[in-house]
Design a protein around this ligand. Structure first.
Ligand SMILES: Cc1cc2nc3c(=O)[nH]c(=O)nc-3n(C[C@H](O)[C@H](O)[C@H](O)COP(=O)(O)OP(=O)(O)OC[C@H]3O[C@@H](n4cnc5c(N)ncnc54)[C@H](O)[C@@H]3O)c2cc1C
Length: 392
């Protein structure tokens, strides 16, 4: 049996490799970086993905390093008032069967990597960035940046936002810059001064900005994320998103919110991108997965979760289609396209919703104040998850 080649050993590539190996397929994961790894910040995981991680056999191991917040809180960044909350207790678990949790990216990636290392069907190869590929008959041949050549029966492009495989399959150029800039920081828990919401995932929304806080690693550290929808970006200013703009934009926020800026590093920022949903991401025996297929803004915190769901669905379709990878990949994209598109478009909407000012802010807060903490209606479609066929 020929190998399935996966370009990209991020969360999506590893989840796909594991899912395929569990269906008995041989897989080679080619990662561009010198080592398989992830950057050190937090990531939110909804019950939809917890279900997938259980299916991949890694949920239990990941739980030991996760934190299970008691609520998701939305607060107003100008007043520091709690506007609404979603309880993550019994009613939530009864509804979705799985818990919501937050985890250090390294722990999530490391858990998937460890599980991949345990499978003899999987070869993990670093320093192997995909440069280009060709398809002939039932063989896909890829050339790596280091000149190495690999042949397989299929290729899954999981190289993230700047995927070269996407450029061959869709050819739609660079992703869309949203003009949003993110600063992050993970600090020891004891440094956190305001402990009033310590066991929650709190998001403070304000005019063109927001701040997120939740604890990681059993509560040992606090993850802090500050985002601005840069006004300078809208004016094509070369200094868009710089640290002084972060300070400037947060200067209007409540002192209790502004104070949290001390926990984020100014050393680097993340420039957010997404893409309009595509109508096809498969060509013959080549397909895309995760951010390569449907990059999204982080406002629903679902990019990595969609990548993991992709991997599980893709493996099911491969198992059902035998050696017909084109059929499998078309069935996979059919199942994933609208759900991932809804995440992309809803994330844009949520970004706007939390960033409003003036009368729109008053209206948002008034409507949100009345919500039932036990009815997360706006993410219900998402958290209910996807159908998976346990027989395959
Ligand atoms: C600020 C922020 C917060 C976020 N929060 C959340 C959250 O809470 N929950 C959530 O689910 N998602 C979140 N996301 C989104 C999430 O990080 C991404 O959706 C997810 O990492 C996508 O995984 P991926 O494997 O598709 O791509 P990536 O993580 O980008 O992995 C791609 C891999 O491919 C490798 N690569 C690149 N080029 C090549 C090449 N040519 N050949 C081979 N390998 C290559 C890279 O080195 C990398 O290892 C957030 C994103 C941001 C920016």
């Amino acid at each position: 049996m020929k190998e399935i080649l996966i370009a990209g050993g991020g969360i999506g590539g590893l989840a796909a490799a594991l899912a395929l190996a569990r269906k008995g397929r041989k897989v080679r994961v080619l990662e561009k970086a010198a080592e398989f790894g992830e950057i050190g910040y937090g990531i939110q995981m909804g019950p939809n993905v917890a279900r997938m991680l259980e299916r991949l056999g890694v949920l239990k191991a990941l739980e030991s390093t996760s934190v299970f917040p008691e609520a998701l809180i939305f607060a107003d960044a100008l007043s520091n008032e709690e506007i609404s909350r979603i309880s993550l207790g019994k009613a939530f678990v009864a509804r979705y069967k799985f818990r919501y949790f937050v985890i250090h990216r390294r722990d999530l990636h490391g858990g998937l990597l460890e599980a991949c290392r345990q499978r003899e069907e999987i070869v993990l190869q670093s320093s192997s960035g995909l440069k280009n590929f060709t398809q002939q008959g039932d063989t896909v041949t890829i050339t790596c940046e280091n000149g190495a050549i690999h042949e397989g029966c299929a290729l899954i492009g999981a190289e993230g936002l700047w995927s070269p495989t996407r450029q061959s399959v869709i050819g739609d150029g660079a992703p869309r810059m949203a003009g949003h800039y993110v600063y992050r920081g993970v600090v020891p828990d004891e440094q956190i001064v305001d402990r009033s919401r310590i066991n929650t995932m709190t998001i403070w929304g304000g005019p063109d900005l927001h701040m997120v806080q939740y604890r990681l690693r059993g509560g040992a550290v606090m993850n802090n994320v500050a985002t601005i929808a840069s006004r300078r970006f809208r004016k094509s200013d070369a200094n868009a998103g710089a640290a002084d703009e972060l300070e400037e934009m947060f200067s209007r926020t409540h002192p209790g919110v502004r104070d949290n800026l001390r926990y984020v590093s100014r050393e680097r920022n993340w420039v957010l991108h997404d893409r309009d949903p595509a109508t096809n991401w498969t060509s013959g025996s080549v397909t895309l997965l995760g951010d390569a297929a449907h990059p999204t803004l982080q406002y629903l915190a679902q990019g990595a979760q969609m990548a993991i769901e992709d991997g599980v669905v893709l493996a099911e379709k491969v198992a059902a289609a035998g050696e017909d990878y084109n059929r499998a990949f078309l069935a996979y994209q059919r199942e994933r396209m609208n759900r991932s598109a809804r995440v992309v478009l809803s994330s844009r909407f949520f970004g706007e919703y939390i960033h409003v000012d003036g009368g729109a802010r008053e209206l948002r807060n008034e409507l949100a104040r009345g919500r039932d903490p036990d009815n997360p209606w706006e993410v219900d479609w998402l958290y209910r998850g996807i159908e998976v066929n346990d027989k395959l």
